[in-house]
Design a protein around this ligand. Structure first.
Ligand code: MTE
Ligand code: MO
Length: 500
């Protein structure tokens, strides 16, 4: 039994060596071609929407880590089995490892925009794993004798373990040296945003900051890894139903007049009161200026299909994106180049539309087309194609189920109504009583969220606090409840607190 367990570990170790070296190979060629990531991404794409929604709700930003972890655990369980088999039938066990890598290779090749070169990391894994198993088998064969021999097994295990670990770390290191956002010098905006007023950050403890620091900005990706792209290699192609197809380099984009805007981004998967919303100052070229370079084709187009570097697509209604709103081909976020997590080197930012139909990160292509002709990633998954951000207000403080002292309590939060004239008013209601006007924080513009607070004299007992907002165009927030799928959650944010 113990010896079988040992062989199972050999299978696992051999596989880890394969994965580690494949990571280095992927870093040197294309990080997206890492076999583990490819399997994970394929699993994500095949996961039904309700389950994805559940994962985002349950695990938040950790959903990817949990997925990669599960895929890895599954792979290693199979590797352990292969190792146990290899004890008596080495070729069969080693063959099983190769077959495992083969499945990953298929996942790599079926990624959008995969190239044959992407098979290289899988090939490395497919050779390294069985070779490592062979080395372990040899060492094991020598180990059945005196102490010195057993030491060879331990040394072999240690050496291979180190190879696997070094491979994993080196892979990451190599990728991060390839392209660094901090090396990009951003031009000054020709059309700067007015200075952002001081928010209520210091006055209302627990309130969301008026400007979200880049490191705290929410992230929603279908990707598992943070892509490492180089601005030098980056190009943007504008094609489809255009006058002439145009390709821009990063330097050519930077040479165009830049505008700077404060825009609050919101994810369609955000539930009422949820965290997937953030406010930042974006620097970029107006989308219409970029589209004008290519000119309009037949005027049949009703959709901008944007494609990221790996072939992931997002569709935006052409009429909305070009109706005069501040749609940006963005390169800067809060005074820095875009962080890799948020789309370095270039992404779209279009105010008033949920991110899944507007905010393409790692942008490489804009295609003018029709909804009939081409379908984007989330369109294929039955999400709405037209999804304006719904008017929302969120209570940041106190937290749900907080235990408070009776007396003065400051209730505070943020509200947003992009492309609806911003936030004109926020009201708070306690225990189903009358709606009372909250005080608004400073105005950061119509496409930016607004902080608010309300002083409440809390009496002992259990209380229910609710909030609602009114947009600058007079439109009230709806109390009708809706789930995020297919076009965004609605309903009022309400929470219970206990006062004593
Ligand atoms: N390439 C790419 N762009 C993308 C996504 C993605 O998965 N891949 N997610 C979109 C979604 S659903 C949202 S809400 C925003 C989130 O942007 P952030 O991660 O910078 O906050 O990016 C959008 N752009
Ligand atoms: Mo989103």
């Amino acid at each position: 039994m113990r010896i079988r367990l040992l062989w199972a570990w050999y299978g696992v170790l051999a596989t880890l060596v394969g994965i580690g070296l494949a990571h280095v190979a992927a870093a040197l060629t294309d990080p997206a071609a890492s076999p583990v990531l490819a399997v994970g991404s394929t699993v994500i794409d095949l996961t039904p929407t309700p389950m994805k929604e559940w994962a985002i709700r349950t695990f938040g930003n950790a959903d990817k880590a949990i997925l990669v972890g599960s895929v890895l655990a599954g792979v290693l369980a199979l590797a352990a089995l292969a190792g146990a088999v290899a004890r008596h039938r080495f070729t069969l066990g080693a063959g099983a490892l190769v077959a495992l890598v083969g499945v990953a290779a298929i996942a790599v090749l079926t990624r959008p925009e995969a190239s044959p070169l992407d098979l290289f990391p899988s090939l490395v894994a497919g050779i390294a794993a069985p070779v490592a198993l062979r080395i372990l088998a040899r060492a094991q064969a020598h180990a059945t004798g005196p102490d010195g021999r057993r030491r060879t097994v331990l040394l072999t295990i240690a050496a291979l373990g180190a190879a696997a670990a070094v491979g994993g770390v080196a892979g990451r290191l190599i990728s991060s040296l390839r392209a660094r956002p901090e090396d990009v010098a951003l031009p000054a905006p020709a059309d700067p945003a007015p200075p952002l007023p001081r928010g209520l950050d210091d006055q209302v403890p627990g309130i969301t900051r008026f400007r979200t620091p880049n490191a705290d900005f929410y992230r929603v990706d279908t990707r598992l890894d943070v892509p490492v792209l180089s601005a030098d290699d980056w190009t943007l192609t504008i094609d489809g139903d255009v006058g002439r197809k145009v390709t821009l380099t990063f330097d050519e984009l930077l040479a165009m007049p830049m505008v700077e805007r404060d825009i609050t981004l919101t994810c369609v998967s955000n539930s009422v009161g949820g965290p997937y919303v953030g406010g930042a100052r974006w620097l970029g070229v107006p989308l219409t200026d970029v589209l004008d370079l290519a000119g309009i084709g037949s005027t049949r187009a009703d959709q901008i299909l944007s494609t990221d570097f790996a072939g992931m697509t997002i569709s935006t209604p052409l009429d909305l994106a070009t109706d005069g709103r501040d749609a940006l081909v963005a390169v800067g976020m809060n005074g820095e180049a875009l962080p890799r997590e948020h789309g370095f080197p270039v992404r779209l930012v279009i105010p008033g539309l949920y991110g899944f139909i507007s905010a393409t990160k790692w942008l490489t292509r804009l295609t003018l087309t029709t909804y009939d002709d081409q379908r984007a990633y989330w369109t294929e998954r039955d999400w709405a194609t037209d999804a304006p951000i719904k008017i929302s207000a969120r209570i940041d403080t106190p937290k749900a189920l907080a235990e408070l002292d009776a007396g003065d309590v400051v209730v505070g939060g943020v509200a947003w109504a992009q492309e609806r004239g911003g936030i004109a008013g926020v009201q708070v209601r306690v225990d189903g009583g009358a709606w009372v006007d909250a005080q608004l924080g400073p105005d950061g513009g119509d496409d930016y969220w607004r902080q608010w607070f309300h002083r409440w004299l809390a009496e002992p007992g259990s209380h229910r606090i609710a909030v609602r907002a009114v947009a600058g165009n007079g439109e009230p927030q709806t109390a009708v409840r809706a789930e995020p799928f297919p076009n965004g959650a609605s309903g009022l944010h309400e929470l219970l607190v206990r006062v004593s």
